[in-house]
Design a protein around this ligand. Structure first.
Ligand code: COA
Ligand code: ZN
Length: 304
């Protein structure tokens, strides 16, 4: 593999916490973000600007953002915030966000269940947000939900994802992230789709977001790496899941991805001992954090 630097975008504070039964106060969410920064994660999806009625765990993300800015450790961390619509964009901008992640959909039913918009309306909103963000100096990441399989409509036609990529990759976005929202993809499928997209758009335009429902998330990371992808979303403790996508379970664990990449000689900037501390904190705060597979082995290695 050519380039050995990989970006891990930590999504635990958003994807991880949004579906937990225990709702954390802002102070707990802030502690988790700080622990992740201390572990060397340089990109963190810290929260979302969504309806607090729809996702109570993400209420007061504006307060979290303020706290993050007030005590920023050394300015090297990029915090992004998930937004579902233009209202979310406005709230993120008002709060001072520098990076937003807008969601579009590879299935009509998933779009309607998640944000009560059609796929095309979500794409129109994303285009509008990209235009506004350009003027506001805000970075936009576009996430393609259910890129492989939809819990309502089943297998997703790769042509849909190609059409979305054609529409967004050159629209001035930072990255197009293909999400396996319910963790249904397999490595062969990932290799084929990401290989084709990387051939057309270049792997640097792309990222992947895998859930581990069928225990294939780490294998999917590897398949995407082989296709040249160097951006992966993952979640501390393997926390995660979408409240609006039945069957969605945890994200691929940051611990597992970090250890695999390091052993393969790739550079992520992550400190394993501090990552374990963040993982323990995630467990303490949520009362549950499955932690992927490698956590106990790692504990033996770092001697804690
Ligand atoms: N941030 C905060 N509040 C929002 C919002 C946003 N991005 N988008 C809509 N709202 C509020 C509206 O102001 C309204 O508030 P009110 O009841 O106090 O008047 C309420 O949500 C419902 O709005 P409505 O116009 O009926 O619905 P909508 O179609 O505009 O939007 C959703 C509703 C679906 C976008 C909203 O429920 C939502 O934020 N869902 C979260 C999706 C999510 O996070 N999924 C998981 C991650 S992919
Ligand atoms: Zn997810």
């Amino acid at each position: 593999m050519s380039d050995d630097r990989v970006t891990i975008n930590e999504v635990g504070p958003r994807d991880g916490l949004q579906s937990q039964s225990r709702i954390l106060p802002v102070s707990g969410r802030l502690r988790l973000v700080r622990a992740l920064e201390a572990a060397g994660l340089s990109r963190i999806e810290a929260g979302s600007f969504v309806s607090p009625k729809a996702v109570p765990a993400m209420a007061e993300t504006d307060v979290l953002l303020q706290s993050l800015k007030q005590s920023e450790p050394n300015g090297r961390v990029n915090y992004s915030f998930l937004i579902p619509n233009t209202k979310g964009y406005g709230l993120a901008r008002e709060a001072g966000a520098e990076s937003v992640a807008m969601v579009v959909y590879a299935s009509e039913t998933m779009a309607r269940r998640n944000v009560r918009m059609g796929m095309m309306d979500a794409e129109l909103a994303a285009r509008k947000i990209i235009d506004l963000a350009r003027g506001d100096g805000i970075e936009v990441i576009v996430i393609v939900a259910v890129s492989f399989r939809c819990p309502f409509e089943g297998a997703v036609d790769p042509a849909i994802v190609h059409r979305i990529a054609d529409r967004f990759v050159d629209a001035g976005i930072h990255r197009l992230v293909l999400a396996d929202t319910i963790g249904a993809a397999d490595p062969a499928q990932v290799g084929t789709l990401l290989g084709a997209l990387a051939g057309e758009h270049g792997p640097g335009a792309l990222g992947c977001h895998f859930h581990d429902t069928r225990a294939m998330a780490l294998a999917n990371v590897y398949a995407a790496l082989e296709a040249g992808v160097r951006w992966f979303d993952s979640s501390i403790g393997g926390l995660g899941g979408c409240p609006f996508a039945p069957g969605a379970s945890g994200n691929v664990a940051t611990e597992d991805v970090a250890v695999m990449l390091r052993q393969m000689g790739m550079e992520t900037g992550i400190d394993a001992a501090r990552l374990l501390e963040a993982s323990d904190l995630a467990t303490e705060l949520t009362g549950t954090a499955p932690g992927g597979r490698v956590r106990e082995w790692l504990r033996g290695q770092v001697g804690s």
